[in-house]
Design a protein around this ligand. Structure first.
Ligand code: PMP
Length: 426
């Protein structure tokens, strides 16, 4: 992506009308820093990797889930509960289609990716790991894909094996293979780095791991956002995603897992809905997917997530990916023009996430200033990837992340804002 000729960045993929898409997102019409007598500035939202804005269809689906058919799901014998259950289970079918899973029994609703990974760490860990077994991670994992394994390590005495990434942020599969040994029981890896934008070649990694009999869990929090995902094609054993990054509501996530594995794993949380029969002496558990869905699920949020997935499919997943790639490449090329700016994550064909430092200002100051001067929303900090910050020898970076509604004009505003920061500090 880096080294993109400037002229290329001036063209928009023909079929994708970003202005029409932007009109679907009510919040993008608002201005920030409005005060009496001051018109404020248009919002330039470049923090989609932290949480995406929501299209009107998702807001409508949430409203309708509460105002038209709301009741608790499952077991209700009256019409409203039946309709609510129907919508909830239809959402499961939507997710199954979105990920191309073979069965809706393989789709577990969670509250987030974080919960999905914790589920696997607990439940897979309980079923299949013993002291001395190894779980392999990479250096660019989000804390959500590090800490659950450390907790498992504390409980079971497993070992964590960490694969380094290159200075450009690339994951070399030879480095993965070199670390696979007889005790390797799982590789858990991000699909796309939330800091570097690196796209892990998951399909190749899975083939490699499976050749050694090792299953693979994919943290798809960022991956499912930026590219079409086909879990059967990837052949991964688990794939986690989080609704709020996928233009859906907060409070809902998904764990895809291969049925034969999920079947052999014990429940994670206990409570209502996940049981077949309870006595004080013994409880037997429900079949998949209910076995892993204890308690009242996020009903409206799940329906909202399905609306988001329908929306993304309506726009065309490949068209979205092409648009984001285009704006992302433009961002990388334009950011490279800013004097004193260092980019982290420079692999070709990376996802549209640009992390950087400026030699003259702290990441937090940059974020505050660009917001105040130009209405640009950027994230600054360790991005829940402190080991990766340590690798690059920085405490924090500033991150611009691009979504399906981001325009090149917004990248130009960002660059102007950064040049202004330089004027202030240099
Ligand atoms: N993994 C990655 C790569 C992420 O970017 C994030 C969110 N920043 C997560 C996991 C955790 O997602 P959530 O907080 O929605 O569980």
């Amino acid at each position: 992506m880096d080294g993109l000729p400037r002229e290329l960045g001036q063209q928009t993929p023909a079929a994708y009308d970003v202005e029409r898409v932007r009109a679907d997102f009510p919040i993008l019409a608002r201005r920030v820093h409005e005060k009496p007598g001051k018109p404020g500035k248009p919002l330039v939202y470049l923090d989609t990797a932290a949480s995406a804005q929501k299209p009107r269809v998702v807001l409508d689906a949430l409203m309708s889930a509460y105002s038209d058919d709301y009741a608790n799901v499952h077991r209700g014998l009256y019409e409203l509960s039946a309709r609510s259950t129907e919508a909830f289970e239809a959402a499961r079918t939507t997710v199954q289609r979105f990920l191309n899973a073979g069965s809706d029994r393989e789709i577990i609703f969670t509250k987030s990716t974080t919960e999905a990974i914790n589920l696997v760490a607990h439940s897979f860990g309980e079923a299949f790991l013993t002291e001395g077994d190894e779980v392999m991670l990479t250096e660019m994992e989000h804390h959500a894909n590090i800490v659950p394994w450390q907790l498992l390590r504390a409980r079971k005495g497993i070992k964590l094996v960490v694969v380094p990434v290159g200075d450009d942020g690339a994951l070399d599969l030879a480095e993965v293979e070199a670390r696979i040994g007889p005790r390797t029981k799982l590789i858990s890896v991000t699909h796309v780095s939330n800091v570097l934008g690196t796209v892990v070649p998951v399909k190749e990694l899975v083939a490699l791991a499976h050749a050694h009999g090792v299953p693979v869990m994919v943290d798809g929090s960022q991956g499912a956002v930026h590219m079409p995902v086909d879990v059967r094609d990837l052949d991964c054993d688990f794939y986690a995603l989080t609704g709020h990054k996928l233009y859906g509501p907060t409070g809902v996530g998904v764990l895809y897992g291969k049925e034969d594995l999920l079947d052999r794993m014990p429940p994670f949380l206990g409570g209502g809905d996940m049981i077949r029969r309870v006595t004080f002496e013994e409880t037997t558990f429900a079949e998949l997917p209910a076995k892993f869905e204890a308690g009242t699920p996020p009903i409206a949020e799940t329906i909202g997530l399905a609306a988001a997935m329908d929306y993304l499919e309506g726009l065309g997943r490949a068209a979205i990916a092409a648009h984001e790639h285009d704006v992302g490449a433009y961002a990388m090329a334009r950011l490279a023009e800013v004097p004193g700016l260092t980019l982290y994550g420079t692999t070709p064909d990376k996802a549209a996430i640009a992390s950087f430092t400026l030699d003259c200002a702290h990441a937090h100051d940059i974020s505050t200033l660009v917001d105040m001067s130009h209405g640009v929303a950027l994230r600054a900090g360790h991005h829940c990837a402190q080991p990766l910050m340590d690798k690059f020898g920085v405490a924090a970076t500033t991150r611009a992340s691009i979504g399906l509604y981001t325009t090149r004009a917004e990248i130009d505003v960002l660059v102007d804002a950064l040049l202004r920061v330089r004027e202030i500090f240099a």
